[in-house]
Design a protein around this ligand. Structure first.
Ligand SMILES: Cc1ncc(COP(=O)(O)O)c(C=O)c1O
Length: 383
């Protein structure tokens, strides 16, 4: 039975010959060049060169995108930097139900700066910004419902109040066209192991708008972000470029794998990918209404295409067991608290026929009651 992978919004599958790329990396670069590869094979600049390959996917001109830390660490660096950009403003605005790591980092940065956190329902985020707010930090696409913010309108409202806009693009990048420069976004972060298929734990990217690069201060000054690292200067002098956002030695092996994964997006028409994505999610919602609603599923994702990302969540009282049962029949999605079956539709490799086959299998397991089996009730550590 063909596996239908609807979890590329969580961990993208390998694209192309990843094994070959890793084998070549070890043989030609690591073993072949040893320490010389830092220069001869571009290891030192990989956070920048790989960043430049992500830039066109997020609508960023050169010099603003860098790769290397996890999304969590980038959030910490960029939120701290945003507080420095707006001295005297002591509030961080966010949305309730944020992805946990975003909220945890917001809370810890607020503690460090003696700032308060204002969390409001996502639809109210733009209007909740006042002159107190230094930064507004939001997820472009919500990890649970799949709700998508209007990046342009929200960013404009945030600027109107004089605050800095930070977007988490983890559930957007690689599934749609993004226009950070055009929308005048200040700061952004995003995972690369989801729709970009960079591999488990692949390093995330950060975007800092050109106009902030000179003044921005990040909190972890390390030698890799120094203007002249091999001067071995005892005191930090930040690089006069996006490189200043880096801190320590970059994860070169992971960057090589991510670089390979990005080949799949070479010359990609992101607007065309987005329209395929909305066709996929739209068809799935249609079929869920027609064939799954009678089995207790409720569509928990916005029905207006412009208001959703590339995954669809179906609420159901038995969501956990249903997701496990679906995996047993080759339909891989995931479960999110409290009651969501989440299905991701990566437009790069999924077809309408795939999702129709997935709905056939989901319907069948509800008709058969397969999900009621004891084995599907047992919770694993990762859901
Ligand atoms: C919106 C969002 N931000 C951040 C993360 C994860 O961050 P990290 O890679 O640092 O664990 C995720 C992971 O699913 C996410 O969905």
């Amino acid at each position: 039975m063909k596996r239908i992978y609807l979890d590329g919004n969580s961990l993208g599958p390998p694209q192309g010959d990843v094994l070959g790329r890793i084998a070549r990396f070890v043989a030609d670069e690591w073993d072949g060049q040893l320490i010389g590869a830092w220069n001869s094979r571009g290891w030192w600049d990989a956070p920048i060169t790989v960043g430049e390959r992500i830039a066109p996917l997020i609508g960023a001109a050169a010099g603003q995108t860098v790769v290397g830390e996890s999304t969590t660490i980038w959030l910490y660096k960029l939120l701290s930097a945003a507080m420095h950009l707006r001295p005297g403003r002591l509030e961080i605005v966010t949305e309730t139900g944020q992805f946990p790591t975003d909220r945890h980092v917001i809370d810890s940065v607020a503690r460090q700066f003696g700032a308060s956190v204002r969390a409001v329902p996502s639809a109210e985020a733009a209007s909740a910004v006042s002159e107190q707010a230094a930064v507004v930090s939001l997820c472009h696409v919500d990890y649970r419902s799949g709700r998508r913010h209007d990046m342009r309108a929200v960013t404009a409202a945030v600027h109107e109040a004089g605050a800095v806009m930070l977007w988490d693009l983890s559930h957007s990048t690689g599934a749609m066209d993004l226009h950070l420069d055009e929308c005048n976004v200040d700061l952004a972060v995003g995972c690369t192991y989801k729709y970009l298929n960079g591999g488990p734990g692949s390093p995330a990217f950060a975007y800092v708008a050109d106009r902030h690069v000179e003044a921005i201060e990040q909190p972890i000054s390390g030698w890799v972000g120094h203007a002249d690292p091999f001067s071995m200067d005892e005191y930090h002098r930040p690089a006069p470029s996006i490189r200043k956002m880096l801190s320590g030695t970059p994860p070169v092996v992971a960057l090589a794998v991510l670089d390979h994964a990005l080949d799949a997006f070479d010359g990609a028409d992101m607007a065309a990918l987005r329209s395929h994505s909305t066709a996929l999610t739209g068809r799935f919602i249609e079929l869920a209404d027609a064939r799954l609603r009678r089995h207790g599923f409720i569509v928990a994702t916005p029905r207006a295409a412009a208001e959703r990302g590339s995954h669809v969540s179906l609420a159901h009282d038995e969501a956990y067991a249903i997701v496990q049962a679906a995996i047993s029949v080759g339909v891989v999605g995931d479960f999110r608290e409290p009651n969501l079956c989440r299905f991701g539709f990566a437009p790069l490799y999924l077809t309408i026929a795939d999702l129709e086959a997935a709905v056939d299998r989901l319907e069948q397991l509800m008709v058969d009651g397969t999900y009621k089996r004891h084995e599907f009730q047992v919770r694993a550590a990762v859901t």
